[in-house]
Write a protein that binds this ligand. Structure first.
Ligand code: ADP
Ligand code: MG
Length: 230
């Protein structure tokens, strides 16, 4: 489905938060790299998908009622076998039911487990005065505790994307230190440019959150994507 179809479908159903599958399909249309994924409705299908994608995999709950999946025990990483897929499937269902017995469940997302890299966050918000704006920061404590983030009004130029990356305090970590090789800055610039285009093309997007994006020596991969509509 195309981005505009995904958005109108959600609107028709009265949903403001897109599912991770929908948000990642939108990312793919805009050339933002995401982890491979398949949606399964049963344990057996989950095992099949895991075998197609290849171990290790990650299992995540897909529900229009759950926005922060790990807060409800809805994410299990590092699954290495069919037996572990079945166990994780049941465990996540149990966790979610305990937390919110009425949550509607679309199924379970099976996804490729991205190797760890430098975690960055690309986001967007809507400024009441200036409209859509882009956010950039490094993952984890840098954003959550230190608020080490930077903003630009969209659309941005490539120069502005580079400026955003260079101006966070944690930038030296992206340039590499000790045994850690430098991260692929060009790949981050591309994600920022694509996100800028996406939010300009679709003004119905109120908030977007690619959190985290794993950045490697070569390339990057979005592990979680969230989109909220007006
Ligand atoms: P939440 O809705 O809680 O933000 P996420 O999809 O971001 O859920 O998953 C929580 C954490 O699990 C991520 O921040 C990341 O560290 C890890 N994770 C999730 N998906 C993957 C993946 N495909 N590969 C590697 N790690 C992942
Ligand atoms: Mg997340």
């Amino acid at each position: 489905m195309k981005t505009s179809d995904i958005i109108s479908q959600a609107k028709k159903e009265g949903r403001k938060a897109l599912l991770e599958t929908e948000a990642k399909n939108i990312c793919m249309e805009y050339g933002i790299p995401v982890t491979k994924f398949e949606l399964a409705k049963t344990e057996t299908d989950a095992v099949k998908s895991a075998e197609t994608i290849g171990f290790p995999i990650v299992l995540k709950i897909v529900s229009p009622d759950i926005i922060h999946k790990s807060d409800v025990g809805g994410v299990i990483v590092g699954i290495k076998s069919a037996t572990e897929v079945r166990d994780a499937y049941r465990k996540i269902m149990e966790n979610v039911k305990k937390h919110d017995p009425k949550a509607r469940i679309e199924g379970m997302l099976i996804q490729e487990m991205a190797p760890s890299g430098t975690e960055v966050i690309v986001g967007s918000i809507k400024d009441p005065q200036f409209g859509p704006a882009l956010m950039f920061g490094l993952g984890g404590v840098f954003v959550e505790v230190l608020k080490d983030v930077t903003f630009r009004i969209a659309p941005i130029t490539e120069d502005e994307a580079e400026e955003m990356i260079c101006e966070v305090k944690a930038y030296p970590l992206l340039r590499g230190y000790r045994n850690n090789p430098p991260a692929d800055i060009r790949a981050i610039v591309k994600v920022l440019m694509s996100t800028s285009k996406l939010i300009m093309d679709h003004m119905e997007i109120k908030e977007l959150d690619l959190n985290p994006i794993m950045v490697y020596e070569k390339g990057a991969k979005t592990v979680d994507a969230r989109i909220i509509l007006e």
